[in-house]
Design a protein around this ligand. Structure first.
Ligand SMILES: Cc1cc2nc3c(=O)[nH]c(=O)nc-3n(C[C@H](O)[C@H](O)[C@H](O)COP(=O)(O)O)c2cc1C
Length: 126
């Protein structure tokens, strides 16, 4: 599980979720802001970590309909051509991926006819 919260100490939702996930046997819980305070992500180490796991979870608070910035940096650097995509980029084939997200907006805001016009699923489709 790759966890990203830029203000972990102020978190009310994600911090306890992260703490609980960390205590589950077989779960590797990675706090990206803690491990990489200067965003100097170790690409080889993170790619190996992905290879070593069957289920990959991004856990984060929704920030501007997207992820906190370090998780974007992680995607930009770790999900490389030839690793995650491209002809030879098959390292993640067959793995299960999901997002564990919290949002400030209520469920009825994330509807076609709601305040945000799109469902969370639609917003995260890419
Ligand atoms: C910079 C910033 C951007 C945010 N953007 C959104 C957003 O686009 N949609 C939304 O529903 N909530 C948004 N929120 C609210 C957070 O998602 C919410 O506070 C968080 O999920 C609560 O979890 P936490 O207690 O772990 O921080 C934003 C909050 C911040 C600080």
């Amino acid at each position: 599980m790759l966890y990203a919260h830029p203000s972990h100490r102020r978190s009310e939702v994600n911090a306890p979720m992260y703490r609980d996930a960390k205590s589950i046997n077989g779960v590797t819980a990675v706090d990206l802001y803690y491990e990489y305070p200067t965003y100097n992500i170790n690409i080889d180490k993170e790619q190996q970590r992905l290879i070593d796991h069957d289920v990959i979870i991004f856990q984060f608070p929704l920030y501007w309909y997207s992820t906190p910035s370090i998780l974007k940096e992680y995607q930009d650097l770790v999900l490389e051509y030839g690793f995650a995509y491209g002809q030879e980029g098959t390292a993640l084939h067959g793995k299960t991926f999901l997002c564990a997200i919290s949002a400030g907006g209520k469920a009825d805001a994330y509807q076609t006819d709601g305040y945000n016009h799109f469902t969370i699923r639609e917003l995260l489709q890419p």
